[in-house]
Every structure is written in structure tokens, then in C-alpha cells.
Design a protein around this ligand. Structure first.
Ligand code: CMC
Length: 429
């Protein structure tokens, strides 16, 4: 098949730019010769039209509501897989057999403890610090325990160890951040529990009494972790890739990913969505908030609504809503915020403003109600997102580091500042 090209004429000169084709999805024009041939850069704020890499990991079709990890539909993984099995898939490209799954589980389990020195970091934070700020700090501090000066991350075996450590230690770091905010004693990991039950245990057990773990709630949280495990080149993943492109320490790079995820336009939307539902307070107030979301002079947006890639229903939102139903039913809870969320969705999906702009609920719209039912305060929601996304960041880091086409990330700019001017001494200004 002949390679398709895009012909470009500028200033009387003509060049052909190759069109690259992936397995699925839109093709991409390779503009790598543009600057050399024409002295031109592209201008694409927010990277709305730019692919920064080739990746085998995650496929999204935003118009068909498709999300797949290495080809496996998110619906199948959420209903049939476990979070750790999905982690293995994201890291290795294939589902594990029984022995591989067991080895992987054992390996992760044996890296869940934190160095005692690291635990001392917690007491330096204010008691009322946002748990995300604690996670950023403590996870970043892992770089001092596994420093790039001593460890060669170009070595595949070292990368493998770092991968295991990051996925294993994130739940412990997250749970301790929660315990610190509660003023409760830190709970150690328990190796006989599965990954997600162990995390719940570290959050909600107390030394004074036995902890009863609930497999239905563990399964629900595990499913949420699967939904959030990776999402191709979003802001936090791109942050991890960009930070790592300078060959910086991977633990510090993942901490940078946590920072990026924190913002309300990204992973912070789950906390903001729940706070918004609380502020709406009752279904009668919905029209007022819909009007605010449509008012361009008001910065208010419907949190948990809209997505850069999905121009139809986010497939994760549907599963998240079903999970919410399962958890509320199991706990025999009737959360009025769930009723507000469902009505808000109904009103928005029938409103011209949202229809025209293809704004649908995203993964964050229903997650907060489920996490609240599980016992988490809203300040922990984005921490849970960071926990589950760690595998995505690490998989993308591993892919990037072995990709020969990748070099240090260095976007250019369209300079709009003043032309050259001479320094004016203070007294003459
Ligand atoms: N409420 C009201 N209007 C909205 C919303 C919203 N949630 N989202 C987008 N719009 C409007 C926006 O004002 C704009 O209108 P106009 O064309 O008249 O100027 C239009 O829709 C397009 O929006 P945009 O901001 O250009 O789209 P984007 O692709 O840059 O932003 C987004 C995507 C997710 C940041 C945005 O939809 C948003 O702020 N949503 C609320 C925050 C949220 O839920 N974020 C979680 C994203 S999913 C989890 C994750 O992957 O992190």
C-alpha cells in the first residue's frame, strides 16, 4: 500500500508530510520535518490535535464510547478481571496465566511496607493538610530512598523493581495520609489480604478491634481501580512522560503526575463533583445550577461532566453508576446525592447547551457517591484516583523509556513579547 501524505505549500515551496497509521483510530501527520523544511512550528494550545508518542497500551474512541487496555474492553475487565491482573496486563501487554498472576501478587505484596524513616515524614505535615499534598510529598520522597545516583533506571531489572515498588507502596502511602488526617494510628499492610482489601484495612481498621473485611465493598473498589488504571495521554500521564523525558528519578516523576491529577479539570473533579452535589442540596435547585453552568460570565461548570476525548457517554461513567447502585444496595443506603446526580444528568442530557457541546457524565460524576458510601471523605477521592492511576503512569514511563523515537520533551512557543530594547537605568524610568 502506498504511504498517504499531506502536501503542504508555503512561500512557494512544496513538501510532502507522511501520514502515520496506528492499529485503530485517527491517523497522524508526521510534522517532524516541518521546521527543517519551512522554518515553521505548529501551534496547538492544549495539544488538542497533537499526538506526542506512539503507544500500545490504551485505546479510546471518544465518539463510540470505547476504552480498551491492550485491546481488552473496559467493560470486560471491570466485570471479570481484578485490579492486580489488570496491572499485570498494563505492564506486560498480556493477561497473566495463573502462575504469573500469583507471582505478581506475591511480588507486589512483599513491597507494600514503607521504610520507617519515610513514615516520619508524615508528622511534618499539618493535621489538616489535604491528603493529596501529603501523597505528593511522601511519594516524591521515595526518590531519596531509591535515588537515581545509585540505581540505573536504564537497566530493565531495576525498572521492574521500581515498578513493583511504586504500585505496592502507593496504597500504603495513601492510607497513611488518611490515618494521619484522622489522628488514628497507622495500620501496617497485611500480606494475606488481596491488594484492595489490604488498602481498605489500612484505611479503616484500628488496632483496638478486629477488622471485618467486606468482599462486596472490596470488589466494588477494585472495580473502580480498574476503571481508573490508565487513560492514554491525559494531563497527568503526559506530565509523567515529560518529566521522565529528562531521565529524572521515576518516583519523583510519578509524584509530578499526582500533582497534575489533583486539578479540578482532571482527577480533582471527583471531589469537586461531590461538593457540587452537596451544594445543589436538592433536586429543586438543579435548574439554578444548570443555568450557572451555561452562563459564560460565571466560572461554574458542571463537575464530572464533559471530556476532552469522549464526545458521548464516558464508558467508565456507566460502570461507575452501576457500581454505585451495587454499593448503596449492599449497604442498604439511600443517598439523596445519588438522586440529585441522576436528575442532574437527566436534565443536562436534555438541555440544548449540553447536547450541542456533546457534554456527558464522565468517570468522576458518580465515583464520589460510591466512595463516600465506602466511608471515604471527599478529600480522599483524588488520592484514590492517584492510587489506581499509578500503574498507568508507570506503564507509560516504561514504554517511553524504551521507545527509541522519544527524546527530551521540549515544546516550542510563539513569542509574543517585546522586540529587543535597551536597559534603562532606574533614575531615567
Ligand atoms: N460544564 C459546563 N460547560 C462545559 C463543561 C462543563 N462541565 N465542560 C465543557 N463545557 C463547555 C465549555 O464552556 C465550552 O463551551 P463554549 O464552546 O461555548 O466555549 C465547551 O463546553 C467545550 O469545553 P472546553 O473547556 O473547550 O473542552 P476541553 O476539552 O478543553 O475540556 C474538560 C474538557 C474535562 C476540562 C471540561 O469538560 C471540564 O472542565 N469539565 C468539568 C471538570 C471535569 O469533570 N473533569 C474531569 C474529566 S474526566 C476525568 C479525567 O480523565 O481526569
Amino acid at each position: 500500500m502506498t504511504q498517504k501524505t499531506v502536501r503542504m505549500i508555503y512561500d512557494g515551496k512544496e513538501i510532502e508530510l507522511p501520514v502515520l497509521e496506528g492499529t485503530l483510530g485517527p491517523k497522524a501527520v508526521d510534522i517532524s520535518t516541518l521546521q527543517k523544511e519551512f522554518g515553521l512550528f505548529t501551534y496547538d494550545p492544549g495539544f488538542k490535535n497533537t499526538s506526542s508518542c506512539k503507544s500500545d497500551i490504551t485505546y479510546i474512541d471518544g465518539t463510540e464510547s470505547i476504552l480498551r487496555y491492550y485491546g481488552y474492553p473496559i467493560e470486560q475487565l471491570a466485570s471479570q478481571s481484578t485490579y492486580l491482573e489488570t496491572c499485570y496486563l498494563l505492564l506486560n501487554g498480556e493477561l497473566p496465566n495463573e502462575a504469573q498472576c500469583q507471582d505478581f501478587h506475591d511480588e507486589i505484596t512483599h513491597h507494600t511496607m514503607l521504610n520507617e524513616q519515610l513514615i516520619k515524614f508524615y508528622t511534618g505535615f499539618r493535621r489538616d493538610a489535604h491528603p493529596m499534598s501529603i501523597v505528593v510529598g511522601v511519594f516524591g520522597a521515595l526518590s531519596s530512598f531509591y535515588s537515581s545516583g545509585e540505581i540505573d533506571y536504564h537497566n530493565a531489572e531495576e525498572r521492574e523493581k521500581a515498578t513493583m515498588r511504586m504500585i505496592a507502596k502507593m496504597p500504603t502511602i495513601a492510607a497513611l495520609a488518611y490515618k494521619y488526617s484522622k489522628g488514628q494510628p497507622f495500620m501496617h499492610p497485611i500480606n494475606s489480604l488481596d491488594y484492595t482489601s489490604n488498602f481498605l484495612q489500612m484505611c479503616f481498621a484500628v488496632p483496638a478491634e478486629p477488622y471485618h473485611h467486606d468482599p462486596i465493598l472490596s470488589k466494588a473498589l477494585d472495580m473502580i481501580f480498574i476503571l481508573q488504571a490508565d487513560h492514554e495521554q491525559n494531563a497527568s500521564t503526559s506530565t509523567v512522560r515529560l518529566a521522565s523525558s529528562s531521565q529524572a528519578n521515576p518516583y519523583a516523576c510519578v509524584a509530578a503526575g499526582v500533582v497534575s491529577l489533583w486539578g479540578p479539570a482532571h482527577g480533582g473533579a471527583n471531589e469537586a463533583a461531590l461538593n457540587m452535589l452537596k451544594e445543589i442540596g436538592s433536586v429543586e435547585n438543579i435548574p439554578k445550577f444548570i443555568a450557572r453552568a451555561k452562563d459564560k460570565s460565571d466560572p461554574f461548570r458542571l463537575m464530572g461532566f464533559g471530556h476532552r476525548v469522549y464526545k458521548t457517554y464516558d464508558p467508565r461513567a456507566k460502570i461507575m453508576q452501576d457500581t454505585c447502585n451495587i454499593v448503596l444496595d449492599h449497604l442498604n443506603m439511600d443517598d439523596p446525592l445519588f438522586d440529585i446526580a441522576r436528575e442532574l444528568e437527566h436534565v443536562a442530557l436534555n438541555d440544548e447547551y449540553f447536547i450541542e457541546r456533546n457534554l456527558y457524565p464522565n468517570v468522576d460524576f458518580y465515583s464520589g457517591i460510591t466512595l463516600r458510601a465506602l466511608g471515604f471523605p471527599s478529600s480522599m477521592f483524588t488520592v484514590l484516583f492517584a492510587l489506581s492511576r499509578t500503574v498507568g503512569w508507570v506503564s507509560q514511563w516504561k514504554e517511553m523509556i524504551t521507545d527509541k523515537e522519544q527524546s527530551i520533551g521540549r515544546p516550542r512557543q510563539l513569542y509574543t513579547g517585546p522586540d529587543k530594547r535597551d536597559y534603562v537605568p532606574m533614575k531615567q524610568r
